[in-house]
Design a protein. Sequence first.
Length: 122
Amino acid sequence: MIIEINFNSTEAIYMQLRNQIIMGIATAKLQEGDSLPSVRQLAEEVGINMHTVNKAYALLREEGIIHLDRRRGAVIAIDMNKLQAMEDMKRQLSVVLAKGRCKNITKEDVYTLVDEIFEEYC
């Protein structure tokens, strides 16, 4: 998996890294049990600070996406149950949908977007 950081983005680098790892899992480029590069290795590879990678990995660990193993490092280990994942998604979508309503985005527009995005993961 290739990580590409946009240094001109307003999105924090650790969030870009986190999001790209999640997208890698969703598109099956990364699988349950796969090891991620070490913090030092990924920092050097991408050209970012080790603390930034550490912050992204810590967030992924908190979210139940990876497990930190002393021997294997960061390992994809999706352990969050579906009910909890649905609650988290609902909380995040509530804000996104509210922003959309402020911009006159319709329910049909949202359905079209969701269908389009889900096609990428199938």
